[in-house]
Design a protein around this ligand. Structure first.
Ligand code: ADP
Length: 394
């Protein structure tokens, strides 16, 4: 028996059939180039990859195509799938735990689109199609914001007029919560201790940092939207909000253009023209000054957050690197934590250079803070959450 995990995101639909207890991935796939003349659907099943290309009008059509490919490959969705877990980006103040989806819940998720216009609408479409295709199994929404719901007031409050903030739901929500929670639990398991103070660095295309005290987050770098915080593949992260007014007044850009600039044409891409870290690394090796600057800005911001979270936590036990860049880039890990011996943080170069798919320590024995690389697995976390909700339906 397995759980189908659906991530109907802003630019693609990802899906995976997961066996929650073993953690095994039975099938996985991706639908991308949605809305373009030739969309792409890829399915990996029993070690074989199949690819189809055809026009995919929207996320709903994309997910329908994914279901069709799974069925064509011989997956008996009706009998094999016990629950469907949906990644939903914004749960607002309304949702803070995995939630069984009914019409009312779906409407509330749609209403939250005001807070997440790029993310919640495709999430809703994905849920609608999946419910239509698999009407007899429970569908569960797992929210990216949920883990950070209980952030302390001082960390979640923006210093703006309180009435305006209240009227418009403006607070820091935090995102990538499923990954930060999963990774911090893996760390706790690795040590067999729940009382650890951790900094988790989720460095993928999107990137975020969190400070976690004994399992509970006390701060995180993303805010009302996933735009705040670290430098990312295509997002600026922190900037002076005055930049937005300046662009509006002096450059005559409208709000959608500024949104697009800060979310899709900034970060590494804005500075160096590429958002893929591997390509960035090659450009740096070739002597490209823009790529070097992009990297330096990225590392500078990352170190700023690490420093801030060390103070917020008071005592630091673990720094955990995760996601595409965090799990794979030895250089980023080394540079992010260089010259911090005075703070009890020291990386061992040989351990850092080792490649592995397992959780592993890369700090020196003399380091008082343990530095770990922890592979994240949001799909498995969603599958387990969905299974738990499904098992507890009265
Ligand atoms: P997301 O889930 O946010 O799309 P991922 O967690 O998959 O992103 O991370 C994607 C990023 O990880 C890309 O910038 C990619 O270049 C980077 N990455 C993947 N493998 C490596 C590697 N071996 N070395 C450096 N960066 C890598």
């Amino acid at each position: 028996m397995s759980v189908l995990v659906v991530n109907s995101g802003s630019s693609s639909v990802k899906f995976q059939l997961v066996e929650p207890s073993s953690g095994e991935s039975l099938a996985s796939g991706l639908v991308e180039q949605i809305g373009e003349p030739e969309g792409r659907i890829v399915l990996e099943f029993r070690g074989e990859e199949t690819e189809k290309r055809r026009e995919i009008a929207d996320h709903g059509a994309g997910l329908s195509a994914a279901f069709e490919m799974l069925r064509d490959a011989g997956v008996e969705l009706g009998s094999e799938v016990t629950a469907v877990g949906h990644r939903v980006v914004h749960g607002g103040e309304v949702f803070f735990r995995p939630t069984l989806i009914d019409d009312d819940v779906l409407k509330k998720i749609a209403d939250l689109s005001e807070l997440a216009p790029l993310h919640n609408p495709p999430n809703v479409l994905g849920i609608e199609v999946a419910r239509h295709q698999l009407p007899d199994v429970p569908h569960v929404a797992v929210f990216d914001t949920a883990f950070f719901h209980g952030l302390p007031d001082a960390a979640k409050t923006y210093a703006i007029d309180r009435d305006v903030a209240q009227a418009h739901g403006i607070r820091r929500y935090g995102f990538h919560g499923t990954s930060h929670e999963y990774v911090s639990q893996q760390v706790a398991q690795f040590f067999g201790r729940a009382d650890l103070n951790q900094i988790v660095l989720h460095l993928g295309n999107g990137a975020s940092a969190s400070a976690i005290r004994a399992g509970d987050p006390i701060d995180t770098s993303m805010g009302l939207t996933p735009l705040e915080g670290l430098v990312m593949g295509t997002r600026s992260g922190d900037i002076d909000p005055g930049v937005v007014m300046h662009l509006r007044r002096s450059a005559g850009m409208d709000v959608d253009e500024i949104d697009e600039l800060l979310n899709r044409r900034s970060g590494l891409k804005g500075l160096a023209g590429v958002n893929d870290f591997r390509v960035l690394g090659q450009r740096i090796d070739d002597g490209d000054a823009d790529a070097q600057l992009a990297y330096d800005v990225y590392i500078h911001r990352l170190r700023k957050y690490i420093g801030a979270y060390m103070l917020a936590l008071g005592r630091l036990d673990v720094i955990a690197f995760t996601a595409g860049v965090g799990e794979n880039s030895t250089g980023v890990r080394a540079d992010a934590l260089a010259n911090l011996e005075g703070f009890g943080i020291e990386i061992d170069a040989d351990r850092n250079a080792l490649r592995s798919k397992d959780i592993r320590a890369i700090s020196a024995d003399s380091s008082t803070v343990t530095v770990l690389v922890v592979p994240t697995n949001e799909e498995l976390a969603i599958a387990r959450a969905a299974e738990t909700v499904a098992q507890n339906i009265d």
